[in-house]
Every structure is written in C-alpha cells, then in structure tokens.
Ligand binder design. Structure first.
Ligand SMILES: *[C@@H]1O[C@H](CO)[C@@H](O)[C@H](O)[C@H]1NC(C)=O
Ligand SMILES: *[C@@H]1O[C@H](CO)[C@@H](O)[C@H](O)[C@H]1NC(C)=O
Ligand SMILES: *[C@@H]1O[C@H](CO)[C@@H](O)[C@H](O)[C@H]1NC(C)=O
Ligand SMILES: *[C@@H]1O[C@H](CO)[C@@H](O)[C@H](O)[C@H]1NC(C)=O
Ligand SMILES: *[C@@H]1O[C@H](CO)[C@@H](O)[C@H](O)[C@H]1NC(C)=O
Ligand SMILES: *[C@@H]1O[C@H](CO)[C@@H](O)[C@H](O)[C@H]1NC(C)=O
Ligand SMILES: *[C@@H]1O[C@H](CO)[C@@H](O)[C@H](O)[C@H]1NC(C)=O
Ligand SMILES: *[C@@H]1O[C@H](CO)[C@@H](O)[C@H](O)[C@H]1NC(C)=O
Length: 288
C-alpha cells in the first residue's frame, strides 16, 4: 500500500524538480508593444494564472512600451480601444478589463488576442480570433531559432466582418464578434458533442476569419499551425502593422532590428518605424 501511494508523489516531486529546473535555465523575454494604428490604443496584459496579475499602458499612434515576461510566463496581450479612464466607472469601447489602466482580468469580447508561453527551450505564441477581432495584431520574434514565423494578421477584419457579427459605435464598425460569442451554439463554441478536434470543424464564419487572417487561430480547435514554436531573444507585438514594415526595438542603449533570414514566406522587406518613433517613446518616459 505504502509503496503504491508514494509512487505518484515521487513522480510529482520529480516533475516539480524538472519544472523548476527548466525555469532556472530559461530567460526572461522582453516584449515590445507598438501602436501602429491611427488611433490611441490601451494595451492590456494579463498573466494567465489564478491571480490574473496584469498591466496596461496608453499608447498614442507610433508609441511603444515594453513588458518583461519572466521565464515560465504565460499570458495574453490585447488592445483596448476608445477608452476613457477619467472616472471609476469608465470603460473602453472594446477590450475593456475594468476601470483601471492596469488589467486584472480578461478583456471584454470582441478582442484580438496575442498569447504567449515563455518556456525553457522554446516559447509558444499565437494570435487568436477565438474571442473575436478588434484591431489587427502581429507578433514578430527577433533573433529567433526554430520556425519563428510572424503570427497574426495585418488584414482588418472590421472591414469584412459578416453583418450578423459586427459591433458598431456611432455607425462605425469597432469590432467583429466570433460566431460562438454571437450565437452561443455548441457547434461554434466547440463544446458538448462538438468538444474535440474531430467534431468541431470550421464554420463559414471562422473560415471567413481565416481568409483575412491566415496566420491566426480562427476557432477553438483550429488546425494548430497558427501556434508558433520558437526561441527568440525578444518579441514585438504590433497593433495595425503591416508585415512589410521593418521593426526595431531599443533596449539597453542598443537598437535591435528584424533581420531574420529564416522567414522566407514573409521576406519581401522588413519593418522600419520604431526608429522614427523612438523620440516620442522616450518623451513619454516609457522604459526601455
Ligand atoms: C501570477 O503571475 C505573476 C506574474 O508572473 C506572479 O507575480 C504571481 O505570483 C503569480 N500568481 C500566482 C498565484 O501564481
Ligand atoms: C478623459 O480621458 C482621456 C484619456 O483617457 C482624455 O484624453 C480626455 O481629455 C479626458 N476627458 C476629460 C473630460 O477629462
Ligand atoms: C463618469 O463617466 C461617465 C461616462 O464617461 C459619466 O456618465 C459619469 O457621469 C461619470 N461619473 C462621474 C462621477 O464623473
Ligand atoms: C500598473 O502596474 C505597474 C507595474 O506592473 C505599476 O508600476 C503601476 O503603478 C500600476 N499602475 C496603476 C495605475 O495601478
Ligand atoms: C453562414 O451560413 C449561414 C447558414 O448556414 C448563413 O445564414 C450565413 O449568412 C453564412 N455566413 C457567412 C459569413 O457566409
Ligand atoms: C513554419 O510555421 C508556419 C506556421 O505554422 C508554417 O506555415 C510553415 O510552413 C512553417 N515553415 C517551416 C519551414 O516549417
Ligand atoms: C508588401 O510588399 C509587397 C511586395 O513588395 C507588395 O506587393 C504589397 O502591396 C505590400 N503590402 C503592403 C500592405 O504594403
Ligand atoms: C528588457 O529591457 C529592459 C530595459 O532595457 C532591461 O532592463 C531588461 O533586462 C530587458 N530584459 C530582458 C529579458 O532582456
């Protein structure tokens, strides 16, 4: 009896040792968040654990901020739009996470979400449309090893959102809801008898998302090719950016630009704008 009961505990102990060992060797990663949109966005960041400890920024067009993701960090980054933080009841038009600039919980739907897990040997990231779409997000690794593709989308799903799914404010489309959020049916939400990869198939709605954003997950059991495994020095999360632009980020008085050679499918040219926006960034005192 004793033998049988200690065995799982031993396994658990070994697992904890291995997990903490992996964390010891993994490094923290800088995530630079850049606003290329024409409007101000208020990025929200939450850690995917029970406490949902979070952060948030105000980014005017062209501004950037950085977030230090500790090793083992798993979390999400999204944009809030149309915010007003002047009083305690204030919220945002999309992505709202409460009255504070710092998020302590997930944002309201619809919102495009960049998801990260910073691991030991490799990091995982993807851009998800499972909770809908509010602004285009691209996630780009700098100095990566592995298949470090750019994740996300430079198409604007607000322009091609099926009318049943649109969210409007003052006559303007501000977001595109997911079919699950809109119709709350098992078939779209991948639950009940549609609760696995084999039974939850793309719908015409998720397919229309995939068409605009091929490198993002369009529904809960999307094929998995949108989740990238890569070990990069640092990451850039850009709102409303185009894949064609070169991105540079600035850390420790050094400029790091995207010069990856492994990205053949997106290799036309690279992004160049953080260089231009650097003075702005320093003016508002964002720490690099
Ligand atoms: C959640 O994550 C934050 C940031 O990584 C960390 O400081 C905090 O201790 C974590 N909380 C729990 C309950 O794990
Ligand atoms: C409310 O806050 C926004 C920023 O969130 C600011 O631009 C605006 O001027 C404020 N309005 C008032 C009436 O204070
Ligand atoms: C807070 O702002 C909302 C809308 O922005 C307004 O309706 C409300 O009266 C304001 N409350 C206070 C206490 O100023
Ligand atoms: C938001 O969180 C950061 C640290 O993550 C902290 O420095 C800042 O003071 C917080 N701001 C507010 C308004 O709570
Ligand atoms: C999806 O299919 C439903 C009926 O099956 C139809 O009513 C709807 O217009 C279609 N939506 C799109 C975006 O094609
Ligand atoms: C890299 O990953 C992307 C997205 O999953 C995929 O489309 C591409 O074929 C992969 N490239 C290589 C060389 O494996
Ligand atoms: C990106 O570059 C390609 C090739 O140079 C060009 O055809 C395309 O129009 C560009 N896209 C954008 C959004 O600038
Ligand atoms: C991220 O950038 C800050 C500021 O340059 C720096 O202090 C920190 O060490 C960097 N973190 C990592 C993991 O590179």
């Amino acid at each position: 009896m004793a033998h049988h009961s200690t065995s799982p505990l031993t396994l658990l102990f070994i697992f904890i040792l291995m997990a903490s060992g992996a964390k010891m060797y993994a490094r923290a990663k800088n995530i630079t968040i850049v606003n290329v949109c024409k409007e101000t966005v208020w990025p929200g960041v939450i850690t995917q654990n029970n406490s949902y400890q979070g952060d948030g920024f105000t980014l005017k067009p062209g501004q950037s901020a950085s977030y230090d993701a500790p090793s083992g960090w798993s979390g999400r980054i999204w944009a809030r739009t149309g915010c007003n933080f002047n009083n305690s009841t204030s919220t945002c038009q999309t992505g709202s996470c409460g009255p504070s600039i710092n998020c302590t919980g997930p944002g309201s739907l619809p919102a495009t979400i960049a998801e990260f897990t910073i691991g030991g040997d490799a990091d995982f990231y993807d851009v998800s449309l499972v909770d809908g779409f509010n602004v285009p997000i691209l996630v780009r690794p700098l100095g990566g090893k592995g298949n470090c593709s750019t994740a996300g989308c430079d198409g604007d799903l607000r322009q091609s959102c099926p009318s049943e799914l649109t969210v409007k404010a003052n006559g303007k489309v501000i977001g595109c809801r997911s079919a699950c959020d809109t119709f709350n049916r098992d078939q779209f939400c991948c639950r009940g008898s549609y609760g696995d990869q084999a039974t939850c198939l793309p719908s015409n709605y998720s397919s229309s998302f995939k068409q605009v954003c091929p490198a993002a997950s369009s529904y809960a059991f999307d094929d998995g090719t949108s989740i990238i495994t890569c070990s990069a020095e640092q990451y850039i999360v850009a709102f409303c950016a185009s894949r064609n632009q070169t991105v540079c980020s600035y850390h420790d008085n050094k400029l790091f630009c995207d010069q990856s050679k492994g990205l053949k499918s997106f290799s036309q040219s690279w992004w160049l704008f953080l260089v231009l926006t650097l003075p702005l960034t320093l003016n508002i005192g964002v720490i690099f």
